[in-house]
Write a protein that binds this ligand. Structure first.
Ligand code: DQA
Length: 146
């Protein structure tokens, strides 16, 4: 079962970027953890990160065409990208939105995600554990759907 883990803008800088908020795990280690979690859970996990919104939208289109499940941390695009939301609305597999930080406890502009309404669920504030929890949920969900 294929699951894409897509990370949007600025998330390639994990481990050095505002570590008090986003933690010390590097993007490379996040990828290693997600792939290892996928192996444990019987999921074929593929991770990608981009700072280019159009590229992310193309990846979402591809996942929609494949019927794949997606774990997505859209970064700041969460808060204003209707284009990304419209792409996510086309997904045919489940979408889990993940945020490392608790966006509701931060600046007001972060409180709303335009993506959440088209996601199956949202995990925020649990740091990198959020990705593992999203994959565990998808493993249960995809197995019971099969
Ligand atoms: C984030 C929260 C967003 O508000 C922010 O712009 C990010 C990361 C998170 O993972 O907590 O880049 O999505």
């Amino acid at each position: 079962m294929k699951v894409y883990v897509f990370n949007g803008v600025n998330l390639g800088r994990l481990g050095t970027r505002q570590t008090n908020i986003y933690g010390l795990t590097s993007y490379a280690d996040l990828v290693k953890n997600c792939v290892a979690d996928g192996e444990r859970l019987g999921l074929a996990v593929e991770c990608r990160q981009t700072d280019d919104e159009a590229e992310l939208i193309r990846w979402i289109h591809g996942a929609a065409d494949e019927g794949a499940a997606v774990v997505l941390n859209p970064g700041a695009w969460s808060h204003y990208s209707y284009a990304l939301r419209d792409a996510c609305a086309q997904l045919t597999g489940p979408l889990v939105e993940v945020h490392l930080s608790n966006i509701h406890a931060r600046e007001e502009f972060r409180h709303h995600s335009v993506i959440s309404a088209v996601a199956a669920g949202v995990i925020c504030g649990l740091g990198v554990d959020g990705y593992r929890l999203a994959l565990e949920h998808l493993a249960i969900r995809l197995t019971s759907a099969a």
